[in-house]
Ligand binder design. Structure first.
Ligand code: SF4
Length: 306
């Protein structure tokens, strides 16, 4: 992509945005800090999550807040106690505990106990890099830019063909984020990368809301910056063969144009992924003895062999 190219010129970004937000709102993993807008509680969760699996962070985060419920109590604590807590809960590098303690003291001393709301100011806090500053600004104050982490890069690369370049990712992520909605947007796109667009994606199983636009879904190429090889089970034809079998297990027999849209959302009878493409896939399956074909041309009926 050159500086001037717009990766979203062929898509209606509002529709794309709404699809993701609705998908996220209808179901997502619940973490307690997602219910919170307190910047201190969010900062603690973000620092803990940097090296520890989210599932394990929950208990540590709750214990931490029982012990030091506010930024003022953390600032007043002995540093050694905070570090000991960190080690006892196997939260990774102890330096993170030291930095968190120091950041709490900065908030007390420099900001009168009130967290700043701008990402730039937040990143002045000890141990708070641009990613964490942006996450706190988004989740606490709905005031962040688009978050770009490995998950988000993978999603943007696959769905919209954004090239593997950090500056381009940042520009694309910002262009796609609905203005003034960093809290829900960043949560939603990170959730998409975490539960649907994982290294081995679960596009259909997770009902990914972007299948209709996703370039990887259409081409079957699911490589990404952090997935240099095609994920094993998802070689494109293999994936679509699996979808045909699953669909026929449910329906028994289907005509070509009934089956097509059930296995790919971009099926169009006369299009690239239309009848001709589907007939090719089905004749392979018939040769392997997995389905039976009856009729010919466009009135082909396919039945699962039991
Ligand atoms: S359709 Fe699949 S590859 Fe594309 S964004 Fe969704 S989960 Fe990722």
């Amino acid at each position: 992509m050159t500086e001037a190219a717009d990766p979203f010129e062929d898509v209606d970004t509002v529709t794309v945005q709404n699809a993701l937000v609705s998908w996220y709102e209808s179901d997502h993993r619940e973490y307690p800090w997602r219910q919170m807008t307190d910047p201190y509680e969010i900062l603690v969760s973000e620092v803990m999550s940097q090296q520890t699996q989210l599932g394990r962070v929950v208990a540590a985060w709750e214990d931490f807040l029982d012990r030091w419920p506010t930024v003022a109590t953390l600032a007043a604590a002995e540093r050694g106690e905070v570090v000991a807590f960190w080690s006892d809960h196997s939260l990774g590098y102890n330096n993170r505990a030291k930095y968190l303690h120091e950041a709490a003291q900065q908030v007390q001393a420099e900001y009168g106990g009130e967290f700043p709301e701008e990402p730039d100011e937040l990143s002045e806090l000890m141990g708070v890099g641009p990613y964490t500053a942006n996450a706190v600004a988004s989740f606490a104050f709905n005031n962040g830019d688009a978050v770009v982490d490995t998950n988000v890069k993978r999603v943007l690369y696959r769905a919209f063909g954004i090239p593997d370049d950090d500056r381009v990712f940042e520009r694309a992520a910002s262009a796609l984020m609905p203005e003034g909605k960093s809290r829900i947007w960043n949560n939603a796109i990170m959730e998409l990368g975490g539960v649907a667009c994982e290294k081995t994606p679960s596009c259909d199983e997770a009902s990914c809301p972007w299948r209709e636009w996703c370039q990887a879904y259409q081409t079957g190429d699911f490589t990404a910056p952090d997935v240099p090889e095609q994920p094993d089970f998802e070689g494109s034809r293999r994936q679509f063969r699996g979808r045909v079998i699953n669909t026929l297990s449910e329906h028994g027999s289907l005509e070509l144009d009934e089956l097509g849209p059930r296995i790919r959302v971009d099926y169009a009878p006369e299009g690239t992924y239309g009848r001709e493409w589907l007939r090719g896939l089905l004749s392979d399956l018939a040769e392997d003895g997995l389905v039976e074909l009856a009729g010919d041309g466009d009135s082909l009926t396919v039945t699962l062999r039991r």
